[in-house]
Write a protein that binds this ligand. Sequence first.
Ligand code: NAP
Length: 259
Amino acid sequence: METQSKQAPVAVVTGASRGIGAAIATELARQGFEVVLLARDEAALTRLQERLTAAGGRVWPLACDLADEGAVGVALSRLEAKLGVPRVLVNNAGVGGPFHRVDEVSAAEWEQLFDVNVKGVRNLCQWALPRMKAQGYGRIVNIASIMGLFGGAQSSTYAATKHAVVGYSKAIAAEWGAYGITCNALCPGYIDTEMLAKADPAVRARLLERIPVKRFGTPEEVAGMVSFLVGPFSGYVNGSAVVMDGGLSAHLASDLPAF
Ligand code: NAP
């Protein structure tokens, strides 16, 4: 990070090095936010910074491992010193797999997913909330998943972390809404990013069969919803778990005959 803008509102986007987070950062930069790009892959963050700067955006890479609480503390101090308090926080960073049956999940993978998907969200919210309260305004969007509302075979750890994110977001909404702060969880279905690209082609095909709109979502569509949730028309949306899944979760039994 180099200089400080006096005017532009600041947005922090975690997991901005690729996929959904990069799309969110791109959209917020296009809208005039000064965007802090947080993830571990510094080279990827710098490449995104170059691309967005060339398009007229103001973005700042902040390399940090969200599972390392010490590193998070240092990064947040740097951020505050350079740019002040963000108006927008998008907790998007997340780890999906490995996907195992409950009795095959190791303590280490359980801990790793909770460290990033839950503790990472908690650390940034705990830091941001009192500061947003002091400025009388804040918009927090936590990227959960439809696995934060439903279950799925071999997804117990991921589902547990995302249910935690949904519950945590609702509790924040209840506790901090009086201070000009809203907090919502966004629950995407299957979005075409590297996370999904790693899935077996047969699994991808089976998923497509079950998604009513017959396609995966795009990172840009998720970015559009984030943009609404941090924008001027969403002040009354607080504590929601917003589903965007092409209708997948709306038709659990529609492939069965009516009776
Ligand atoms: P992705 O392509 O795998 O990107 C994950 C992002 O999180 C990367 O920028 C990664 O950056 C960052 N990250 C991972 N571990 C980190 C750590 N320890 N510290 C800092 N950053 C870390 O995933 P995606 O598909 O874009 O998913 C983004 C979010 O949407 C996740 O929370 C995911 O659970 C959720 N989601 C995705 C889907 C989907 O179908 N893709 C559906 C529902 C919900 P570095 O590797 O550079 O650190």
